[in-house]
Design a protein around this ligand. Sequence first.
Ligand SMILES: Cc1cc2nc3c(=O)[nH]c(=O)nc-3n(C[C@H](O)[C@H](O)[C@H](O)COP(=O)(O)O)c2cc1C
Length: 401
Amino acid sequence: MIVEQNFTLTNGLRLKNRIVKAATSETMGDRNGNPTTALFNLYRNLAEGGTGLIISGNVMVERSARGEFGNVVVDQDSNIELLTSWAKSVENHGSHFLLQLNHPGRQAPKTLNSKPVAPSAIAMTGPNAFAFNPPRALKIMEIKEIVQKFAQAAELAETAGFSGVEIHAAHGYLLNQFLSPAVNRRHDQYGGSLANRMRIVIEIYEAIRARTRSNFTVAIKLNAADFTPNGFMAEESLKVMQELAKRGIDLIEISGGSYENPKMMGNGQGATFIEYARMAKQTVDTPIIVTGGFRTAEGIKTALSSGDTDLIGLARPLILQPDLPEKLINGKMQPVKLHHFSTGWSWLDHRVGSLIGLAYYEQQMARLANGKPIKQPRTAWPILLEAVEEQGLQALIPRRR
Ligand SMILES: Cc1cc2nc3c(=O)[nH]c(=O)nc-3n(C[C@H](O)[C@H](O)[C@H](O)COP(=O)(O)O)c2cc1C
């Protein structure tokens, strides 16, 4: 069975098996954006469950641009000792740990950011658009500063002892906004042709390489496609992969969708992006992680043995069962069932359904951090009440993933 076989990246990083914990934003940072003891406990528990590679929830590279309350921020004001403890909570327990670096761009709720920035001044659309102020377009100097902020965060991650970083260029955040022709309408070197739209991603990759050791792992999470009108498409995504592969990126994680069309959350039909992973494998030699929708041992084994992917990313299943890798390897994994929580009113479910889903998994991460068992409430109400108790009414404001 391939899942238990180790896997060594070209830079020498050896993963003990093929399971990757995909990023899930924990919202457990303190008010200064530093990691907390709860985060150390959560990640030690995840590592002890047997996952080969763990990717943190998104951390922000800019203090003034946060996506959620409770985001960790990694910049010159970060507490390096706390970051080191966070890295150790995984690196000392048999797994490797990548810090996921992000900038939300226009997907920053107005409660956190009254003046968000984006490639172009194009506002969010869809039923939750009211939660976001329209962004202003970034100046070229500001783009260069953001590139350096990603690189600085990577350098700090290396100092703290993380095995590497993952650049978050998926799910409708700033870098995905640059890649998308629907959102990036710039006429300078950062907009227009694909070469221009991917420039910021390539510059970030190269700036990280310039400031870190050659065996520091640099990964990217990329949308297979945005699945929005005129958005970033599969053909272009493959070209971005080729450019990064040429420059020596260590790992590519494939996902898809955005806040406007949350494809990454799946449709219950199994591995959401496996055919895109196959295309990626046929296009680049870089190791591929495919994330989204894996729920059965058979699905995981088939994806690996077909050669369509090298590694399997799991997010929600590993929150519910951190020891899933051990069960899988011992032939004891049962199909994972994700519950749908209803308020009992379909109009309200429609309005707050995705929020309930996120709040539920955030709450389970907090329980895991405190050594408590997972809860399966019968309705959405306890989840909503707990979210409001924790965060006040702002908990009811729609958020992104
Ligand atoms: C609570 C929650 C938080 C998430 N936060 C992030 C994040 O910070 N960065 C990211 O790339 N994806 C994030 N995701 C998306 C997951 O990484 C993954 O792509 C998605 O859940 C599909 O995988 P799954 O079907 O195994 O859950 C989040 C998902 C959930 C449920």
